[in-house]
Design a protein around this ligand. Structure first.
Ligand code: UD1
Ligand code: MG
Length: 458
């Protein structure tokens, strides 16, 4: 089958009014990726080397988005939405190039998995002309029923046209199909619009193919993988299914999730074996974690690279460009942005490190701030290997702290510090013996006098 060429035609012309959104429905995201991009990925994974995206509503926005998530896909505009068969024909030019297999998919059915598509393509390879992907929803009301006879599909009957007996069928049309490329255009061109809605229904190709003596069958996909998105409740349900799948994958690949249902992954999260993730952790896009890391509870991580055996959190915020090298540590209430934390360095408490490098084995004290922004531009802070930054220090960038440099607690450092130097940047302490007691007595007698005066007024 691997030699068979395959085109996927992804229907995404609809507006999706029930989303109540300015954004075209299929651009709403699941795990940080537009739902239609999930469809493209599934098609690719099932061997579709060419992609045709049928767009209509919000065409400019769709084109712009597609350039990012599917740069190789061709877009075709369906000017008027006259039905699913009409939509597929918008990609006539691509189909007519002649592929062995044509996969018709819906942009709003993002959880379809490659296995279900492969199973359908397999039936084409065996000689079927049309393979319909069916599923068994808990409640079949509203779906087209798949009418089978002797292992063959004879028709797809829409709910309203079903007899009482047919309505009892639980096997329904998920909407997606695999069609033999050699027959696709001929079948699609034969579809008419003489039905209640006056639309060109893709589902009609089942009976058309049968009438031509072609082989038509149905395969079955799981209910979850056929989940269609119409509103934001469906969107949340799809997100939940996606997350559940990803958590399973992560655990099976050697990642410990102590409370899996509280950990959220992105479509592109990479996480190595023997990483332990505590409860309530969120991974935004662009996170790569090597093995053996510990991600403590309530950490929020996005665009960060975390090398092996790092320790992050609890309550850490890693923003884009955070690059933690081996065995480094970013602890509670620390934020790191666009900064390299070199091997074994520690940023343990209540600290902001932005636009910076923290050298190997340096220790950043609690409350340290890299002052990287003057309101107009960003500046870099370079902290050398083995440096020690005392607690509650402000490092005003651009600035360099040399390797082995030592910054006294509470300093505001505005000038670079050479290697191995000690720098103070704070007022000197003054201690006056006995002055504390004297002050306390003075304040107490003043307060007593005030109270007495107030009493005399009554
Ligand atoms: C379709 C199936 C139905 C199946 C159901 C599963 C047909 C005729 N019916 O019905 O049997 O049970 O899906 O969810 O196929 N689209 C276009 N251009 C058009 C029309 C549709 O791009 O002119 C796109 C839509 O944006 C959507 C997809 O095709 O992504 C499906 O269309 P929709 O109107 O939702 O079909 P259903 O009525 O749900
Ligand atoms: Mg629909």
């Amino acid at each position: 089958m691997s030699q068979r060429t395959c085109l996927s035609v992804i229907l995404a012309a609809g507006e999706g009014t029930r989303m109540k959104s300015a954004l075209p429905k299929v651009l709403h995201q699941i795990a940080g990726l537009p739902m239609v991009a999930h469809v493209v990925r599934a098609a690719e994974a099932a061997g579709a080397s060419s992609q045709a995206l049928v767009i209509g509503y919000g065409a400019d926005e769709m084109r712009k988005a597609a350039a990012k998530f599917a740069p190789k896909a061709e877009t075709f505009v369906q000017e008027k939405r006259l039905g699913t068969a009409h939509a597929v024909l918008a990609a006539r030019e691509a189909i007519s190039r002649g592929y062995d297999d044509v996969l018709v998919m819906f942009g709003d059915t993002p959880l379809i998995d490659a296995d279900a598509l492969m199973a359908a393509r397999f039936r084409l390879a065996e000689g079927a002309a049309v393979v319909v992907i069916g599923f068994r929803p808990p409640n079949p009301t509203g779906y087209g029923r798949l009418i089978e006879k002797g292992g063959k599909l004879t028709a797809i009957r829409e709910e309203k046209d079903c007899s009482a007996e047919e309505r009892k069928i639980g096997f329904c049309n998920a909407g997606m199909m695999a069609v033999a490329g050699a027959h696709a255009l001929k079948l699609l061109d034969a579809v008419g619009n003489k039905n209640a809605k006056g639309e060109y229904y893709l589902t009609d190709i089942v009976e058309i193919a049968r009438a031509q003596g072609l082989d038509v069958v149905a395969t079955e996909a799981s209910f979850e993988s056929a989940l269609g998105i119409n509103n934001r409740i469906d969107l949340a349900q799809a997100e939940a299914v996606w997350q559940a799948r990803r958590r399973h994958e992560a655990m099976l690949s050697g990642v410990t999730l102590i409370a899996p249902e509280t950990v959220y992954f992105s479509h592109d999260t990479e996480i190595g074996a023997d990483t332990i993730v505590e409860p309530n952790v969120w991974f935004g896009p662009g996170v790569k974690i090597a093995g053996g890391a510990k991600i403590h509870a309530f950490s929020h991580i996005e665009g960060a690279t975390i090398a092996s055996n790092c320790d992050v959190g609890p309550f850490a915020r890693l923003r884009p460009g955070a690059d933690l090298k081996q065995k480094s540590k970013v602890g509670n209430f620390c934020e790191v942005k666009q900064a390299v934390i070199e091997e074994g360095a520690k940023v343990n408490h209540l600290t902001y490190i932005g636009d910076a490098r923290v050298g190997a084995r340096a220790n950043i004290g609690a409350g340290t701030i890299t002052c990287n922004y003057d309101g107009y531009s960003k500046f870099f802070t370079d902290i050398g290997e083995g440096a020690f930054i005392g607690s509650n220090s402000s490092l005003v960038a651009p600035i360099t702290i040399g390797s082995g440099g030592y910054i006294a607690s509470g300093s505001v450092i505005t000038e670079s510090v050479p290697d191995q130097a000690l720098a103070f940047g704070r007022a000197r302490q003054k201690t006056i013996p006995g002055k504390g007691k004297e002050l306390r007595e003075r304040l107490a007698s003043a307060a007593a006098a005030k109270k007495k005066a107030a009493g005399a007024d009554h």
